[in-house]
Design a binder for this molecule. Structure first.
Ligand code: NOJ
Length: 494
């Protein structure tokens, strides 16, 4: 697969450079640019007007020592009180759309469908209406990690009941906002939700269920996504005419030594276990988990003495139910990794995702480091990933729903590294579209403004707007990258 891809890219580059004058290296007219945030990361107002606790409210309050700077999102960017300021700043960027998420317990505080919170609806209606009045399309993520704590108390994503609760929530969102919102993302970053909450204790609910809860969580997420998609398809699409997709994150996995067959296997397996874990059931022709995951985890589970595989099984009906449930493929991408097989290729006594994967991921020292240890800068990786998606999933419509640069807490308005980052990654997107004919239709910068970076608290800055977290008004100021992004959007080339 890898060699095929490299060959294919070389041929394309030769073809295009041979006919350079015929190619139009600008973003197509239909291509859209946006900026993104999520509710817990910016809204604040964690306990106003009937809102109940999410897992993030609960864990950041109860275990502040698990957050790097002991902080929480109680106020965050105070966006709940600053709709007009945020819209003026989005106008400055001149984005076509704004991607934001709904805070589930702000809308459904008790998780009962009958218990709608009027103030939650008021807030999102006002935001949506003002965006539209200003010519900015709303793109909504239903689930960007604020599970109501009352559902977590039942086991959260590891309890299949969550599927029904999620569908109730989706119904409310489609009913209340679907007359104006035409792009829906059901779930943001399934891999992070499951691996960083059940495996690594990096995200709420910080659970230890390595190699077991992780896969159960993924299983229920896929069922919940599919159920929300079917709900839209059956009851809302005809009258609302919108689209529903799923957003997965993936680094690109590069073989440590491209001439070493084992490293090629490692890179392929890492992609299977990270991206294809969720993409294969939804976007492939046959559906279901990737065969390599199925075989390896089944085999390890049986050698470890489990009665069933730790990777749950979909019935044939469920495989069909999940397959094809997306109108677009949402992609979050930040970095790439070098991959090589780990020394241990046998099952450990204590199961874990890492042991199942059996791959060591590192960064190439030649790639620039960002403020987050695990994020280095390799723009070409995005082009390779887009080509992988094109080849593996029959060139689906791709929306890049996040891409961005982690700056340090003491970053200033002069964020030159972020500018280079955006220029590099957008060049890769442009090449993927114009040279490789990948069906990429939009790009979203993460983030619109600095915000609460989960268990990194306020120690990292991802924004194009600087937010002063010492100021009670959370004053926002455009960084240099905001003007560069605005320019790219206005000119439609780099
Ligand atoms: C992905 C997540 O969707 C977002 O919430 C987070 O802030 C960024 N990555 C940066 O880590």
């Amino acid at each position: 697969m890898y060699l095929k891809l490299i060959f294919f890219l070389c041929v394309n580059v030769i073809l295009v450079f041979g006919h350079k004058g015929n190619r139009n290296i600008v973003f197509p007219d239909s291509f859209k640019f946006g900026a993104a945030t999520s509710s817990y990361q910016i809204e604040g107002a964690w306990n106003v007007s009937g809102k109940s606790e999410s897992v993030w409210d609960y864990y950041a309050h109860t275990f502040p020592e698990w957050i790097k700077d002991g902080s929480n999102g109680d106020i965050a960017c105070d966006s709940y009180n600053q709709i007009d300021v945020d819209i003026a700043n989005l106008k400055l960027l001149n984005v076509n759309f704004y991607r934001f998420s709904l805070n589930w317990p702000r809308i459904l505080p008790s998780a009962r469908i009958s218990d709608l919170n009027p103030d939650g609806l008021r807030y999102y209606n006002e935001l949506i209406n003002k965006l539209i009045d200003n010519g900015i399309e709303p793109m909504i993520t239903l689930y960007h990690w604020e599970l109501p704590q009352s559902i977590q108390d039942l086991g959260g994503w590891s309890n299949r009941l969550v599927v029904d609760y999620f569908v109730h929530f989706a119904r409310v969102a489609f009913e209340e906002f679907g007359d104006r919102v035409k792009t829906w993302i059901t779930i943001n970053e399934p891999f992070s939700i499951c691996s960083m909450s059940y495996e690594e204790q990096f995200l709420a609910p910080f659970i230890h269920s390595e190699g077991v809860g992780t896969y159960q969580c993924g299983h229920n997420l896929l069922l919940a996504h599919a159920a929300a998609y079917h709900l839209y398809q059956d009851e809302f699409r005809a009258r609302q005419g919108g689209e529903v997709g799923f957003t997965m994150e993936n680094p690109w996995h590069v073989p440590l030594d491209p001439n070493n067959p084992d490293d090629i296997i490692a890179a392929e397996r890492a992609t299977n276990f990270h991206f294809d874990w969720f993409a294969n059931p939804i976007y492939s022709k046959d559906g279901d988990y990737p065969p390599s995951m199925r075989t390896r985890i089944d085999n390890y589970s049986s050698l470890q003495g489990y009665a069933h595989s730790r990777l749950p099984t979909f019935t044939p009906e469920e495989v069909d139910y999940i397959r094809g449930t997306a109108d677009f493929l949402g992609l979050n991408h930040y970095t790439s990794h070098l991959s090589t097989l780990s020394e241990n290729q046998t099952p450990d006594d204590n199961p874990s995702y890492d042991n199942d994967l059996g791959v060591v991921l590192t960064a190439d020292p030649a790639w620039n480091q960002t403020a987050r240890d695990t994020f280095t800068v390799y723009p070409h990786g995005l082009r390779l990933l887009l080509n992988y998606i094109k080849e593996t999933y029959d060139n689906p419509k791709v929306y890049i729903t996040e891409n961005g640069y982690a700056g340090f807490q003491n970053e200033t308005l002069n964020d030159q590294e972020r500018i280079w980052y955006y220029q590099g990654y957008l060049t890769s997107v442009l090449e993927a579209i114009e040279i490789d004919e990948c069906n990429v239709q939009s790009y979203t910068a993460w983030s619109f403004m600095d915000n609460y970076e989960w268990s990194d608290g306020y120690t990292l800055r991802f924004g194009m707007f600087y937010v002063d977290f010492e100021d009670p008004k959370r004053k926002r100021t455009p960084k240099d990258s905001a003007y560069v992004y605005q320019n790219i959007i206005n000119r439609r080339y780099l």
